[in-house]
Design a protein around this ligand. Structure first.
Ligand code: NAD
Length: 311
């Protein structure tokens, strides 16, 4: 395992599920960890510091160092306090894992404004706000002459990169997080910060309350949330300095470096297209039509399977 001793990490939404595993894995690799979790329901209601405190107790029982943080990642000032918490408690920040999230699934035709706003805010602003404050901390250290090897690991979703029915709010936020990763990677490279992203798949309260997943199989469980964390630990190693702006789909032992929006079918004309001619060109090039394949087909091509048929 890469040696992360001396490094300080924040993991958001680390009181449960995938974030908890990231926090345990980073601590096992030697990092000091700020275990952030607001502790609300899956829909994002209420707050409770005890899930974060329990993870801190687990890390300390294993001989590691950690502190609990109950800030709301989507609150800009709160995200700033979370970064300050890392610095005041452990003296610095090296790693930010943006993982906190909620769900409010609904078909588009029935979705309320509130369901849209809540999910977009927690995920998209909940990635922007901590990253913005961490970036200011790193710029200050870089300008003072320090050579940094800092890390941001974001959390997208198969829903965002492949598209899942019933999740226009969540999928749009998660696609936005993939785009945010690309731009932040380019902007922060000058300070020695890499920015990558995972699109995870795991058995947590989020998926158990959404899909009929069945029980974990005997032996290796591809949907054990701990399967998501080796990618994070590897990307946090000093030796991963050259890997940035990537989105990794993770399903069990299959880690797929995805290719996102990239150049595809070119319809080229030396002058402005005539709409009739362009339409004819589209119909000729796509004789069977053109439509998204959906999330399950995308996951299968990336080395995974449907969560419903996992076990
Ligand atoms: N489980 C999967 O298969 C899967 C698939 C794709 C993406 N994801 C993403 O992985 C991340 C972790 O999800 P999970 O499955 O572990 O779910 P989870 O519900 O078990 O954990 C999410 C945690 O985030 C915390 N949280 C929510 N809003 C917060 C806020 N505003 N501030 C601070 N903490 C907050 C919750 O209290 C919770 O403990 C999420 O971003 C989710 O969208 C999960």
């Amino acid at each position: 395992m890469p040696d992360l001793s001396g490094k300080v990490a924040i993991v958001t939404g680390a009181g449960r599920g995938i974030g908890r595993e990231h926090a345990l894995a980073l601590a096992a690799a030697g990092a000091k960890v700020v275990v952030n979790d607001l502790g609300g329901t899956l829909a994002g209601e209420g707050s409770d510091l005890s899930p974060a405190q329990q993870v801190v107790a687990e890390i300390e029982a294993a001989g590691g160092r950690a502190t609990a943080d109950g800030e709301n990642v989507a609150d800009f000032a709160g995200a700033g306090r979370m970064v300050e918490h890392a610095v005041s408690e452990f003296g610095r920040l090296d790693i930010l894992v943006n993982n906190a999230g909620i769900l409010r699934d609904r078909m588009l035709v029935n979705m309320s404004e509130e369901e849209w706003d809540a999910v977009i805010t927690v995920h998209l602003k909940g990635h922007f706000a901590p990253t913005r404050h961490a970036a200011a901390h790193w710029r200050e250290r870089s300008k003072a002459g320090e050579e940094l090897r800092a890390r941001v690991i974001n959390t997208s979703s198969p829903s965002g990169v492949f598209g899942n029915v019933g999740q226009t709010n969540y999928g749009a936020a998660k696609a936005g997080i993939a785009g945010f990763t690309l731009i932040a990677a380019q902007e922060l490279a000058r300070y020695g910060v890499t920015v990558n992203c995972i699109a995870p798949n795991a058995r947590t309260r989020m998926t158990e309350e959404t899909f009929d997943m069945g029980d974990a199989p005997d032996g290796f469980d591809p949907l054990d949330p701990a399967n998501m964390s080796p990618v994070v630990v590897a990307l946090c190693a000093d030796e991963a300095q050259c890997i940035t702006g990537q989105v990794f789909h993770v399903w069990g032992g299959a880690v797929n470096a995805l290719r996102g929006w990239t150049a595809g079918e070119l319809f080229d004309s030396p002058e402005r297209w005539d709409a009739d001619k362009l339409l004819a060109g589209l119909r000729e090039r796509f004789p069977d039509g053109a439509a998204p394949e959906g999330m399950v087909a995308g996951m299968q091509k990336a080395g995974g399977r449907s969560l419903r048929t996992a076990s």
